[in-house]
Design a protein. Structure first.
Length: 129
């Protein structure tokens, strides 16, 4: 890893809001987030690409994006972690119709106090009633 730093977008975790539930660990394809001592942490900043896929699943709003100086995202470091996570990945399902993400893309959604997933086939009906 290079010691060069740049200003870029990266995930920020508010420890006061984090319950350590671990829901944000799985959506992070690069393995940047782990639970350490009961709190979510970006364990290696070069693994966080700042895309923010973890944000929507956090039930407490502990995750946000910030722009600050840090190391650049390291594709080469993330590649083997992404490949390993893919091998062990368990497909998620739409809370509304039960469709697997293999059948239709899923989006994170909050409903009745839960953070869950909805498929793109069900989303229009949920929006328009
Ligand atoms: S989903 Fe939110 S509350 Fe749960 S571990 Fe991640 S940051 Fe903490």
């Amino acid at each position: 890893m290079s010691s060069e730093t740049i200003t870029r977008q990266i995930v920020r975790i508010d420890e006061a809001l984090c319950t350590g539930c671990g829901v944000c660990v799985s959506p992070c394809a690069e393995g940047a987030i782990q639970i350490v001592d009961g709190k979510a942490k970006v364990i290696r900043e070069e693994l966080c690409d700042g895309a923010g896929f973890c944000l929507g699943v956090c039930p407490t709003g502990a995750l946000t994006l910030e722009e600050r100086e840090t190391v650049p995202f390291d594709h080469e470091a993330a590649e083997p972690i992404m490949a390993q996570k893919k091998a062990n990945y368990i497909a998620q399902h739409c809370f509304n119709c039960g469709a697997s993400e293999d059948a239709a893309p899923l989006l994170p959604v909050r409903t009745k106090g839960d953070s869950t997933w909805v498929c793109t086939r069900c989303l229009p009906a949920l929006i328009h009633g």
